[in-house]
Design a protein around this ligand. Structure first.
Ligand SMILES: Nc1ncnc2c1ncn2[C@@H]1O[C@H](COP(=O)(O)OP(=O)(O)O)[C@@H](O)[C@H]1O
Ligand SMILES: [Mg+2]
Length: 335
């Protein structure tokens, strides 16, 4: 965790809206999402499955499934560029070297029919061409060692299916780091792993983030994980930002009823992890059935008449905001 105060902003997402074009029409996966990532900081993007976290990340990377996924509004500012409008070839360069992403299931990103060493070498060739084969091999081994892979030299010859899920995720992290990115987007990188390995991978990511001074967006459905490694949190529900704050503030004074429900559902020893939120009955609405007002209305223990109109994000001060009428209409703060 990085404790420096919020300073320079490295990635600024403003009013991002992304839709999927389907037979049912244009379905809103991400609606008017704004947040910024501070340089050297770790921002947690949290919400239940289906809330738009991955679509937000894929929008930033411009890796939305084509042709269905489309960014229809907003800007994504990075180093004086707007990634939404960047020509494809320049975007490829950003993706290949400056912003990297790791996914929940490394098997989908690794090539099953190539040894690990060869895949790592190809990453290096793309980004650090001109190394001799011996130097390249040395770099690959170094990298595998840095992500905690034992007997790295021998692992170079292994195929992805020959190593464990935890080791595959380490290889993915190594590949992401091989390009020395300024921003790492980690999309539920530990969700598919068992609890002990999860903790090891989290610790590894946290260490590397600090050692490299990278900025990071860490995506998870588990607020407990956020507490361990993040500085700032953005809570998403049904494609919208419903609350954001520093980690300390969010855990101390959660304002949105959804965040309160997520917090109450953090697995503890005496009540083990469940896949659904037991503290908030119901489910995230599908894209074709979004309520017109507050999207949380059907699950909210506090819903009242006003909630039939869409609540604005209300500024609560100190970088804390919540999309909820319990905290006023937001008009007085200009939000
Ligand atoms: N290719 C797609 N076509 C249509 N809808 C999609 C597609 N991918 C994702 N969605 C929908 O977009 C919403 C957000 O999905 P996603 O970003 O993957 O959620 P999260 O990562 O928070 O679990 C969900 O309702 C999901 O069903
Ligand atoms: Mg996802």
């Amino acid at each position: 965790m990085n404790t420096t105060a919020a300073g320079e902003i490295i990635l600024d997402i403003r009013h991002l809206s992304t839709v999927f074009k389907t037979d049912e029409g244009r379905l809103p996966a991400v609606t008017d999402v704004s947040f910024s990532l501070g340089k050297g900081r770790t921002l947690g993007l949290v919400g239940e499955s289906g809330c738009g976290k991955t679509v937000t990340a894929l929008s930033i990377m411009r890796l939305l499934p084509q042709p269905a996924g489309q960014i229809v509004a907003g800007r994504i500012l990075f180093d004086q560029m707007d990634l939404v409008r960047l020509p494809a070839d320049r975007m490829r360069r950003v993706r290949g070297g400056r912003i990297a992403m790791i996914f929940q299931e490394p098997m989908t990103a690794l090539n099953p029919v190539q040894p690990i060493g060869r895949q790592l070498r190809e990453m290096f060739l793309l980004h650090a061409g001109g190394l001799s084969p011996a130097a390249m091999r040395r770099r690959c081994i170094d990298l595998l060692q840095r992500v905690g892979i034992p007997e790295a030299q021998r692992r170079l010859e292994d195929y992805p299916h020959q190593i464990s899920g935890g080791m595959r995720q380490r290889v993915m992290i190594a590949m992401a780091l091989s390009v020395a990115p300024e921003i790492l987007i980690a999309d539920e990188p530990t969700t598919a792993l068992d609890v002990t390995v999860q903790a090891q991978i989290l610790a590894l990511i946290d260490d590397l983030q600090q050692a490299e001074g990278m900025s990071m967006i860490f995506i998870t459905h588990d607020l407990g994980v956020i507490a361990e490694i993040c500085d700032d949190v953005v809570v998403m529900y049904a494609g919208q930002v419903v609350e954001m704050a520093s980690v300390t503030r969010l855990f101390r004074t959660p304002r949105h009823p959804y965040t309160q429900g997520l917090l109450a559902s953090i697995p503890r020893l005496e009540h083990p992890a469940k896949s659904r939120l037991e503290t908030i009955p119901g489910m995230v609405p599908g894209l074709a059935e979004m309520p017109a007002g507050c999207r949380f209305i059907n699950r909210c223990p506090h819903a009242f008449l006003d909630c039939k109109t869409p609540p604005p994000l209300v500024d609560l001060g100190d970088g804390h905001s919540a999309r909820c009428f319990l905290y006023g209409s937001g008009r007085e703060s200009g939000a």
